[in-house]
Each structure stands twice: as structure tokens, then as C-alpha cells.
Design a protein around this ligand. Sequence first.
Ligand SMILES: [Cu+2]
Length: 179
Amino acid sequence: MSITPVPPGWWKMPLHKEEKIWISIALIWCIAITIAMPAWHFVGQQNSSQEYYTISAEDYNTLAEDFMEKYKTGTETAGDWEWDVVTPPPGSDIFLRGMQWKWDPILKLKKGETYRLHLSSIDVLHGLSIHPLNMNFEAVPGWDYVLTITPTQAKEYRIICNEFCGADHHGMIGKIIVE
Ligand SMILES: [Cu+2]
């Protein structure tokens, strides 16, 4: 194996035609994705509702517990965990709390109806990740994020946590049922 030494003054040698083509392609692509980022904000329809409040984790927990007690229609278990199944009326404020280590409660929603989904964590930072939608949002303790949602498909949506949050992070699950 031999190494070709770099000729002196290489930096002022003219560009090869292929180099020019690839530099042009890379530059055009850079410009295109730079424009696409802000443009997607307007055409992508994937933005949050931009509504959020500060709230202590304890107060959020109280709101979530009251909500669950009011509209509870059942329970579900998996392993050591138990979830309340909650069926809130369309148009209402609904609460989802991230905690070590589950998403609570299981929400039963109606297709085509709009809800105000409150999202927060009562302990550490969690990452809400709804599948198969690939919708992601951070659940931050101390902040109540309100997402105005209108489910358009009747199915069971699985929730996982995509922000490492401790020993059982990998087992942190939840569910939204749309019917
Ligand atoms: Cu988590």
C-alpha cells in the first residue's frame, strides 16, 4: 500500500467537474431542507396547540386523579401494573400523566370528537410516544401541555416512553383506545 503525497498548492488547484457537480447537489439539498423546516410548520399540520401552563407535579397529580375518579369505567392490568380505564365525554379536558413507570390512565375516546389533552409528568422527564402514529411529545414535570386532539381513526394506540427515565423505562407503557 502506498500513500500518494498531497501535491504542494493543492488548495488552489481548479475543481474537478465531478467535484463541482457534487458540491452543487449538496448545496441545493442544504438550501431545500433549510426552507423545508420552517415551511413544514405551516403545511405539516403536526404542530402542538401552543398552550401550556406551569403547575406543580402534586397539583397535576390531583387534577389527573380527580379526572380518573370522575370518568372511570374499568381497570386493566399487565404484570405488576394496573390502569384505570377512563371514558371522558367528547369535548372535555382529559388528563394523561407520565410516571415511573407507566402512562396513566388508559383513555377511551370517540373517533371524530375533539378533546383537550393535558400532558405532564408527576416525577421525572418522560417522552410520550404514540404508535403507530409516531407522534412524540415531552412530558415535563411542572408544565401542563394542552394538546387539542381529534382522533381520526378507530384503533388502539400504544404509548411508550422515549426518554430514559430510570430502571423500568423499557417497560413504561400506556394506551389510548379510539372507538
Ligand atoms: Cu419514562
